[in-house]
Ligand binder design. Structure first.
Ligand code: MG
Length: 509
């Protein structure tokens, strides 16, 4: 029995049959999402083992449902149809891709990856806590070997790393990423140098060590989310070790944050970051619900939305002025600083070895380092045993800081232990697209930041919904970017944004 037609969106009978069959895949994803949200928030610690078994079984079931011969046959039939509209073509594109990926990976390889990454994660945790790379090395060697085989199964045209990149960002290639980095790295490095020789953006700030009451800070976070327009009847704010957003559907998009107890900008901007992710999901066209088009289209486009709210909107003088009173009322200690001084604290620039705590000028240098090493590991030019040394040398040359040990160097991130090679570049892609959104919003509104100062966030939300969010996964990422922002991914926009914010803006404050 086909799904009901949605006029102007889903009408073709083959597509309607596909959507009906897809519904159980969606439902399983919905349930798995709730399980994973629960694992990170309220599950008792000892529940972890059974939860891992359940999640593994459900992931296999999901794969089986995607490869259901009836569904595959319908999708193949739809690939040959003419006269489909954009939404219908989107359904075919998303499912063809999922089927192609599922078919090209042998089940033994998928199972091996799941097992290996479970073991590797434990090994990584131990290795990091002891700051001893040799404890992680044998696992990473197996992971790299596995990912190289995976690339061969998936197939590629130019570079084996392309196959892995494409898993996280449909259509992204090494030649794109190389060009983006070549464009931004000289500007990042020269801007960093200039910022350090001037004294507007500090390297550290007394507010970093000031402690806050968690209750008071939670009130601030909730009030900021209110101000930005987070709908509490369609979401929640909880606490987890690593902040994240999860969409269970268009009307149930939850976020988490964490409270370190000091340096309140961390929890504040992490909350604003997750709001950006959530808003994307919340503003998808409701007619796409429970279909393959319901979610945001890719990691890179998703990260552009979180970074836009966190950095372009959040870490701005206008936003600081907007929330100043709220901070003074709830935290008290911010009264000792005026809005410009608070902004300097929010946007401080300090090269450090750790990626996640890095500022806008050094963040993408951290990604470049990982990108180069990953490419080398996949081609075989970089041996796993050389990583700690290479990492430290690159960090020193690129970012200007040498990690003191493996824990703050090569072992700092979890990704490699999860076999997530090819994931890091989507962070930089997100930053680049965020700068394009900044440019497009500036030309739409003439003065984006007066909207922020006046608290007219609804206008910004509407703009993002119309241009990007409402489409869900209808268009592939590259097509969406060009359609929404008027040009293909253009790394120059990021240079313009960085130059404006870090070199021009201070003179106007
Ligand atoms: Mg994010």
């Amino acid at each position: 029995m086909p799904a009901k037609p949605v006029p102007g969106v889903f009408e073709n009978p083959v597509i309607l049959e596909i959507l009906e069959r897809y519904r159980v895949v969606w439902a399983l994803g919905h349930a798995m999402g709730l399980l994973s949200w629960d694992s990170e928030t309220y599950m008792p610690p000892k529940g972890v083992e059974e939860r891992a078994i359940a999640s593994g079984e459900l992931a296999k079931l999901r794969q089986k449902l995607i490869l259901d011969p009836e569904l595959v046959k319908l999708v193949e039939k739809a690939e040959g149809l003419e006269g489909l509209n954009d939404y219908e073509r989107g359904v075919v594109r998303v499912l063809s891709r999922a089927i192609r990926i599922a078919k090209s990976l042998p089940p033994e390889l998928v199972a091996e990856e799941a097992r290996l990454s479970q073991e590797a994660r434990d090994a990584w945790k131990k290795a990091r806590s002891e700051s001893d790379f040799s404890k992680f090395k044998p696992y990473l060697e197996r992971i790299v070997e596995l990912e190289r085989r995976k690339a061969e199964h998936l197939g590629y045209e130019d570079h084996p790393y392309d196959a892995l990149l494409d898993l996280y960002e449909e259509g992204l290639r090494v030649k794109d990423m190389d060009a983006y980095f070549n464009t931004i790295i000289p500007t990042l490095r020269s801007t960093l140098e200039k910022v350090r020789s001037e004294d507007f953006y500090p390297e550290s700030h007394p507010l970093e060590s000031v402690r806050y009451e968690t209750k008071a800070m939670e009130k601030v976070n909730r009030a900021v989310l209110d101000m930005l327009g987070y709908p509490w009847d369609r979401g929640r704010l909880d606490v987890s070790a690593h902040p994240f957003t999860i969409d269970l559907g268009i009307n149930d998009v939850r976020i988490t944050t964490r409270y370190e107890g000091y340096d309140f900008r961390r929890t504040l901007f992490s909350t604003v970051h997750e709001f950006g992710h959530a808003l994307y999901e919340l503003q998808v066209d409701e007619r796409l619900k429970a279909t393959p088009l319901a979610g945001g289209v890719s990691m890179g486009v998703h990260e552009s939305q979180s970074r836009f709210w966190e950095n372009v909107i959040g870490r701005s003088p206008a936003f600081t002025a907007r929330i100043k009173e709220l901070l003074d009322e709830n935290l008290g200690f911010t009264r000792d600083y005026d809005a410009v001084e608070l902004y300097r604290y929010f946007a401080l620039v300090r090269p450090i070895p750790i990626r996640v705590d890095s500022d806008e000028l050094t963040y993408n240098l951290h990604i470049y380092l990982r990108y180069e090493l990953e490419k080398g590991m996949i081609t075989g030019e970089v041996k796993v045993e050389e990583l700690p040394q290479l990492w430290n040398d690159m960090s020193e040359n690129l970012i200007g800081v040498r990690p003191k040990n493996d824990a703050e160097g090569v072992l700092q991130d979890i990704h490699w232990s999860l076999a997530a090679i090819g994931y890091f570049p989507t962070y930089t892609l997100g930053n680049l697209i965020a700068a394009m959104v900044w440019r497009a919003a500036e030309s739409e509104f003439k003065d984006l930041y007066s909207l922020v100062e006046e608290g007219r966030f609804n206008a910004i939300r509407d703009f993002l919904r119309e241009r990007i969010h409402r489409w869900g996964s209808t268009y592939e990422p590259k097509v969406l970017v060009e359609k929404a922002l008027g040009e293909p991914v253009n790394a120059e926009r990021f240079n313009e944004y960085i130059t404006w914010k870090y070199l021009e803006l201070p003179n106007k404050l």
